[in-house]
Design a protein around this ligand. Structure first.
Ligand SMILES: CC(C)(COP(=O)(O)OP(=O)(O)OC[C@H]1O[C@@H](n2cnc3c(N)ncnc32)[C@H](O)[C@@H]1OP(=O)(O)O)[C@@H](O)C(=O)NCCC(=O)NCCS
Length: 275
């Protein structure tokens, strides 16, 4: 590793100043379980928007008990299976806040929300029954991102920037050869950020498609360099049209990068921070 993380963060912080910011949106007097509200932050995503919310899962102000009350029995079972209390708490807070945001969009109680899961594990809103709404989520450390659209398939991914042992070996294993070449072409000082740009863009795409790791990760190519816009460069199958996909770069924190992917162009990114 050629750089300390502090230097990486300093460089990425400079870049962050030029990137779209997440705006804090605190629901008024949120009782977590049920309320209706007319906060414009909770207007549903329209056909030309993507909504992305970020939140911190270790916030000591989170009312874990009340969030837990909103979880379904299967989610409580999942929570109970975590070995470490810290991870259990993060799961409860992450799920509870996801429920809370969706509940606010639809003006229902958070405990009323139901999710269905595809065979490959992608969650979809089952209750309330609505047609034009898709969601996806991702977490890394205590950071969580939630992405919502008008029903277009959507995928989101976030990673905390951190040193990666065997970065080149991991890249060779998971990235396409073009991505590996692009990574090598990035100045050493930008390599960690480039690596996680690539990682999160790939994950966002496979999550939007809904197949997760059933899609070979080296079968498509995304842009990598921090100096270049996020995009899907190439899909292996000529019938798949990379040009119809948008990938948006996200910078939810100075020490984190993310991506949101959607098969649709020219959508406005609406960024919110749940605090
Ligand atoms: C879904 C997947 C693609 C991403 O998982 P991840 O990066 O480990 O975890 P994230 O926090 O970003 O996302 C997890 C969420 O994705 C959602 N998810 C699960 N399967 C999904 C699928 N097939 N499609 C879309 N979303 C899915 C779930 O909501 C899950 O959250 P939950 O467990 O709280 O319900 C997973 O298949 C995976 O195992 N990834 C391994 C990571 C890897 O090796 N990457 C290689 C580098 S490119």
């Amino acid at each position: 590793m050629h750089l300390t993380l502090r230097r990486v963060h300093r460089r990425t912080a400079k870049r962050e100043a030029r990137e779209p910011a997440f705006y804090i949106s605190t629901p008024p007097a949120s009782p977590y379980t049920s309320f209706k509200m007319a906060d414009p932050a909770f207007a549903l995503p329209s056909y030309d928007e993507i909504h992305v919310w970020s939140t911190r899962l270790d916030d000591p102000k989170s009312d874990v008990g009340r969030l837990y009350e909103t979880l379904t029995p299967d989610e409580r079972d999942r929570a109970a299976r975590f070995y470490f209390e810290k991870h259990r708490r993060r799961f409860i807070v992450g799920r509870g806040i996801l429920r809370h945001i969706i509940a606010c969009y639809f003006g229902v109680g958070a405990a009323q929300i139901r999710f269905d899961y595809s065979l490959k594990g992608k969650p979809a809103l089952a209750e309330p029954k609505v047609e034009n709404f898709s969601c996806n989520l991702s977490h890394s450390g205590d950071l969580a991102l939630y992405a919502f659209s008008d029903g277009a398939p959507i995928g989101v991914d976030v990673e905390i920037l951190r040193p990666v042992e065997d970065m080149d070996a991991i890249a060779r294993r998971f990235f396409s050869s073009l991505e590996c070449d692009m990574l090598q072409g990035v100045p050493a000082a930008d390599r960690i950020e480039a690596f996680f740009n690539c990682w999160t863009r790939k994950e966002a795409y496979v999550k939007a498609v809904g197949l997760g790791l059933w899609i070979p990760l080296d079968s498509f190519t995304v842009s990598v360099a921090p100096s270049e816009p996020a995009r899907l460069v190439q899909l292996r199958s000529p019938s798949d049209d990379a040009a119809k996909w948008s990938i948006h770069h996200l910078r939810p924190a100075v020490d984190a990068v993310g991506a949101v992917a959607i098969p649709s162009l020219n959508r406005k990114l609406v960024l919110r921070q749940f605090a």
